[in-house]
Design a protein around this ligand. Structure first.
Ligand SMILES: [Mg+2]
Ligand SMILES: [Zn+2]
Length: 191
């Protein structure tokens, strides 16, 4: 079976300017190309899992998102870094467009996208890791049973300040590390 590095997009791959859908607003985070290169070299599949409620809110379309993703993957490839797949959730419980308005299983903190990726790419979740910038990323990683989650957490919020007892209990099997600076991203993958 494969192991994977799951990456959130906004705030991890690119600076989160809020509902980014144009290449001109897509600023790569420092260290992200190095991180993906290292993950490739260590045999990880690299898979993006991103909430994109801007689609359901009618701010941009699925084809806008897909065009941006094609461009993003190309920018990685140019630098010798391979992203294997991009999964996204276009839904939101309060979405403006009726076809996207629902409580789905894919929107993080639910683990639907990670589970879908696992069956599609034959991934062992218990041997996989994730990098995210929100508590919902950490929760999805724990829900999916990942080995390790790295919280890129510039405000350095302690998980104990924000999370429930249930979260604390579930998180015991998952190593949680907080990092504060984007340039330390590339040091995440050591083995
Ligand atoms: Mg994010
Ligand atoms: Zn969804």
């Amino acid at each position: 079976m494969n192991k994977a590095l799951f990456l959130d997009r906004d705030g991890v791959i690119n600076v989160n300017h809020g509902y980014v859908y144009r290449t001109s607003d897509f600023d790569f985070m420092q260290g992200i190309f190095d991180l993906v290169q290292r993950a490739n070299a260590q045999g990880y599949k690299v898979i993006v899992v991103t909430n994109q409620s801007g689609i359901g809110r009618g701010m941009y379309t699925e084809s806008d998102f897909e065009a941006l993703s094609v461009w993003m993957l190309c920018e990685f490839t140019k630098r010798g870094a391979i992203i294997d797949d991009v999964l996204f959730c276009p839904h939101h419980p309060e979405a403006k467009l009726p076809e996207y308005k629902k409580m789905c299983e894919c929107r993080k903190p639910k683990a639907g996208m990670l589970k879908t990726a696992a069956s599609k790419h034959n991934i062992c979740l218990a041997n996989s890791m994730m990098v995210g910038d929100k508590l919902s990323d950490v929760e999805a990683a724990i829900e999916a049973g990942l080995r390790e989650v790295v919280w890129f957490n510039p405000e350095f919020i302690e998980p104990t300040q924000t999370s429930t007892a249930e979260f604390q209990a579930k998180s015991l099997s998952c190593k949680l590390t907080s990092i504060k600076r984007s340039h330390s991203l590339w040091t995440i993958i050591t083995a």
